[in-house]
Design a protein around this ligand. Structure first.
Ligand code: G6P
Length: 607
């Protein structure tokens, strides 16, 4: 969602700002803009549409060496040039970019309007710009502090003041802000992706912090009106600009699908222990006694992370024989959940920023729940909130549709399940079987990816379909849900996931020759049941695409997507891969904007 870039230093700001916005495009946005100071006011260039359109509007060199820029995802007010950020105060001397939502914006706008302020946009952000501009405090820092004391909601902001042109004031409450430290220059962004081209030295602001940033220094303090200084040391990010480049790939989704064997190897590296047939997860900070005391496991996440959680719950029940389930974090946070002392809660998030998952983690901590995070982005809000857990080591995931992060989440949860099992009753032999199975995964994923052309041909055959079912039983059920999600989000073809066992309790009524079904058919104890389901569908003239590692009767399915054999417990990890390729090629055939599906964002940082 919304992206922020700020620069102060020796170089011209505008090209750095625009390039930074380009790096943040993957997050999803609908308009873009920038502001730089000039002798007699701000130069503000903003537009609905893509960063490229903003670039086209910059007709001449802009000499300013300080500036702020933004990509907006509409919340208050439709996407439009006027609603795009930056926003100015009434005097035109304060410019502001903002991520997040100001919840009392309506009240603030009404008060400001009553005081004679005329609004130029429908946004919540503009109210904050006016509050800062109207503050009578002595310095910009104090003006920002005073204005924010009247604001309820979430924000990451960067403020520029024409009367103090040597500084940026930034603040954070709920929306990420990171400072990048260069040589006599400083960068500000909502995401390190915008900085890594320039510096690897960064400082993450925490919620409730403010920073005054100058070209060669920064000062951090608490946001309270009675502020106290906060000492923050820079950390080094090990990301490089190549992580955000396409290389030879057509798009990021394809690049990330093909990175899975390497990403998986990284997730497994150093974490499998053959001798004791278990997993070694150094980041969870729990000893065997604490692990044995757990009576239940609950996974919380949104979207693909939630489906990975469902796969994890099944693995925990099978390997550790502890009751486990997954729940959308977005639901959990609002239903006043019962938090049990002997339940292990696990927050799952690729970005580590998803607001619903972060809020669920905060609620759990408030109630004293035991919490782990399974997160990709090191230093992200959820990683820091959880304090301990498992990093995914998937590398940056840019495409909105999650692929390698989901695979690494499910694999990390398999290791957690193995560990929980091995401190209980999972035998050494079964532990060894799972360890060996996990070790085979990277090569087997590569084997599936090598059949991409065959999957693409199947996808092309079904590209004119308007709606599809995805069905699976038990281990196959979250796979079906994830497969349907992938297809929906990038191809816009309607897809509905159902438990195969429930098909005849309603959805079968929809099956005819226009409604194909993708069915997950592992060679496991439910094989004959799944074959029965295929026959029921075929009897109603429905086409069937089977994702399978079984030898199905000749001609039973209309198409097969083949998966190598591993241990049945690990099947969901492998069965997800052909469905990524299927969705990808179907969307490509339909000419969709694969990395940036309409209406969706990579990191959903608002409710
Ligand atoms: C958004 C994305 C999904 C993603 C979900 C959770 O809805 O479009 O692809 O699965 O957020 O994201 P997270 O970063 O928390 O895993």
């Amino acid at each position: 969602m919304c992206g922020i870039v700020g620069y102060i230093g020796r170089r011209q700001a505008a090209p750095i700002l625009v390039e930074g916005l380009h790096r943040l495009e993957y997050r999803g946005y609908d308009s873009a803009g920038l502001a730089t100071p000039e002798a007699d006011g701000f130069r503000v260039i903003k537009t609905e549409g893509r960063v490229q359109q903003l670039r086209n509007l910059i007709k001449e060199e802009i000499p300013a060496t300080i500036g702020i820029a933004h990509t907006r995802w509409a919340t208050h007010g439709e996407p439009s040039d006027a609603n795009a950020h930056p926003h100015l105060d009434a005097s035109g001397r304060i410019a502001l970019v903002h991520n997040g939502i100001i919840e009392n914006a309506d009240r603030l706008r009404a008060q400001l309007t009553a005081d004679g302020v005329v609004f130029a946009s429908e946004t919540d952000t503009e109210a904050l710009a006016h509050l800062i501009g109207r503050s009578e405090a002595a310095t910009l820092e104090e003006k920002v502090r005073e204005a924010l004391s009247r604001v309820e909601g979430t924000y990451g902001i960067v403020v520029l003041d024409l009367d103090n042109p040597g500084q940026l004031v930034v603040a954070r409450n709920g929306s990420p802000i990171v400072l990048g430290i260069g040589e006599s220059e400083m960068f500000v962004a909502s995401d390190v992706a915008a900085l890594v081209r320039h510096t690897q030295q960064v400082v993450y602001l925490d919620d409730g912090e403010l920073a005054v940033v100058r070209a060669d220094e920064f000062h951090t303090s608490t946001l309270a009106v009675e502020a106290s200084p906060v000492v923050k040391s820079p950390t080094t990010v090990d990301l490089v600009v190549d992580d955000y480049e396409l290389g030879g790939s057509a798009d990021f989704m394809s690049k990330e699908i093909h990175e899975q064997p390497t990403a998986l190897s990284r997730a497994l590296s150093g974490r499998l222990n053959e001798r004791f047939a278990t997993a070694h997860l150094g980041g969870i900070n729990m000893d065997p006694r604490e692990l044995r005391a757990i009576r239940r496991v609950k996974f919380l996440g949104c979207g693909s992370s939630y489906y990975a959680g469902q796969m994890g719950a099944q693995l925990v029940e099978e390997l550790a024989r502890i009751p486990a389930d997954a729940e959308p974090a977005s639901e959990f946070r609002y239903r006043n959940p019962v938090v049990e002392a002997d339940t292990l809660y696990v927050a799952l998030s690729q970005s580590g920023e998803t607001l619903d998952t972060l809020a669920a983690a905060q609620e759990l901590k408030r109630k004293g729940g035991q919490l782990l995070g399974v997160v990709n982005v090191v230093g992200s809000a959820i990683a820091r909130e959880c304090g301990s857990g498992i990093f995914l080591h998937a590398g940056p995931e840019v495409s909105v549709a999650s692929t390698k992060a989901l695979t690494n989440t499910a694999t990390s949860l398999a290791m957690l399940a193995l560990l929980l099992g091995r401190v209980r009753d999972l035998s050494t032999a079964d532990g060894k079987r799972i360890v060996a199975g996990l070790r085979r995964l990277p090569d087997q994923v590569a084997e599936i990816l090598a059949q991409e052309q065959a999957v693409a041909e199947v996808a092309a055959r079904f590209a004119d379909t308007r709606s599809m079912f995805f069905v699976g039983r038990v281990r196959g059920w979250p796979v079906a849900r994830e497969g349907a999600q992938k297809l929906k989000e990038i191809s816009y073809v309607h897809a509905e996931a159902y438990q195969a066992s429930e098909l005849k309790h309603g959805p079968l009524a929809l099956i005819d020759n226009t409604m194909p079904t993708v069915i997950i058919v592992p060679d496991d104890e439910l094989l004959s049941k799944n074959i029965g389901t295929i026959e029921e569908i075929k009897a109603r003239n429905g086409a069937v695409i089977a994702v399978t590692n079984a030898e199905l009767p000749e001609g039973l399915a209309d198409a097969e997507l083949r998966v190598p054999r591993n241990e049945t417990e690990l099947d969901p990890i492998l069965f997800t891969i052909p469905l990524q390729l299927f969705a990808y090629h179907l969307a490509a055939k339909l000419g969709r904007d694969i990395d940036r599906p309409r209406n969706l964002a990579k990191s959903v940082t608002v409710e």
